[in-house]
Design a protein around this ligand. Structure first.
Ligand code: NAD
Ligand code: TYD
Length: 351
């Protein structure tokens, strides 16, 4: 069946990989990328597919309900894959309200628009909400997050994502809106804005700048290659059960310090530097307030019920990622000019 899918946040990191996958894989679908192009949104991410006949772009803000209404009418939107969000924990600590606005109010605006346009028959439409494992809070040394782990968010970012997940579920229960939610672990890969750990450290290693590890580097994250997340979203969007949530992750836990050491090793090899050279850039800085100790996803449900599993190992994915950054220095230079410098100073100087 032909669909007209609104993908929000499609100019961002994960959104651009989802847009690319859907545009290429489903020529019969119309893919409408709606993005406000904040600091994190970049149309350069999509220059390889933006001339495809089934791709459309709308510069719009999910806080503008009237514009959402017009876009649904103009493109006859049948389904939504919602990724637009403020996504960086450190920024949420400095400016929580912005996260409430985009992540909570923006999501409710989209839900209202979908509800209005699809009310004739909710069973024909799907609202796929893209969320994070951070809604579950933090783990100790053992255990995993499953789909039934109670929500227990600790940062303003994860609290705002948790609230948005609850609203999606509430619109399903109260009005019958068809939805699925995916909660994914930390992503890495090409086009990742260099404020998050992996792309920030790749950029700093290239420029021989210090690598600011928070606390003792003992916090653990579960990393998934972004293309595998996009494949997981495709799987759940098409075959996930209505009104259910699915965890997406690769059973791939790394302590921050171990990850940074692997990154340094791979980059020294690729840059022809002496073994151990980049590790000397590691500096321990003041910890993030409320820093979650450990995230680990149990991805059994999506694997057993829908047959999804990751396609690359972490070592392969990390190597592909480093190669992408080394081959796309213009992209990196463009996104780190301008306001990025002010952000960096505020975040890291005198930390
Ligand atoms: P990102 O910050 O790279 O991109 C967000 C995109 O949303 C940008 O293109 C930005 O311009 C757009 N946007 C922001 N505010 C908007 C608004 N008000 N209206 C319209 N567009 C707006 O984020 P990302 O890392 O690609 O994350 C995408 C989604 O996936 C988010 O919902 C995030 O919570 C979720 N997620 C991210 C990760 C991760 O590791 N990055 C993991 C799990 C889930
Ligand atoms: P990040 O990429 O911001 O993702 P999240 O906080 O959503 O998991 O951070 C990943 C881990 O790396 C997290 O434990 C915080 C840590 N970190 C640093 O040690 N230094 C940094 O400069 C950044 C950005 C993160």
């Amino acid at each position: 069946m032909s669909k007209s899918i609104l993908i929000t946040g499609g100019a961002g990191f994960i959104g651009s990989h989802v847009v690319r996958l859907f545009v290429n894989k489903y020529p019969n679908y119309t893919i409408v990328n709606l993005d406000a192009l904040t600091y994190a949104g970049n149309l350069e991410n999509l220059k390889d597919i933006d001339q495809q006949p089934n791709y459309k772009f709308e510069k719009a803000n999910i806080l503008d309900a009237d514009v959402l209404d017009q876009i649904f009418t103009k493109h006859g939107i049948t389904d939504v894959i919602h990724l637009a969000a403020e996504s960086h924990v450190d920024r949420s600590i400095s400016n929580p309200l912005e996260f409430v606005q985009t992540n909570v109010i923006g999501t409710v605006n989209l839900l209202n628009t979908a509800k209005k346009h699809w009310k004739a028959d909710y069973t024909k439409h799907r609202f796929h909400h893209v969320s994070t494992d951070e809604v579950y809070g933090t783990l100790g040394d053992t255990g995993f997050f499953t789909e039934s782990t109670p929500y227990d968010p600790n940062s303003p970012y994860s609290a705002s994502k948790a609230a948005s997940d609850h609203f999606v579920r509430a619109y399903g229960e109260t009005y019958g809106l068809g939805y699925v939610i995916t909660n994914c672990s930390n992503n890495y890969g090409p086009n990742h804005f260099p404020e998050k750990l992996i792309p920030l450290f790749i950029n700093n290693i290239i420029h021989k700048k210090s690598l600011p590890v928070y606390g003792k580097g003992e916090n653990t994250r579960d990393w998934l290659f972004v293309v595998d997340h996009a494949r997981g979203i495709d799987t759940v969007f098409h075959t996930g059960k209505n009104h259910e949530s699915y965890n997406i992750g690769g059973f791939n836990e790394w302590k921050n310090l171990d990850l940074v050491k692997l990154l340094c090793k791979q980059m020294d090899e690729k840059l022809g530097r002496a073994p151990g050279e980049s590790e000397q850039l590691i500096t321990y800085v003041k910890d993030r307030p409320g820093h979650d100790l450990r995230y680990a996803i149990d991805a059994t449900k999506i694997n057993k019920e829908l047959g999804w599993s990751p396609s690359v190992t972490f070592e392969e994915g990390l190597s592909l990622t480093i190669d992408w950054y080394l081959n796309n220095t213009e992209w990196l230079n463009n996104v780190t000019s301008g306001s990025y410098q002010a952000y960096y100073e505020q975040q890291y100087v005198n930390r």
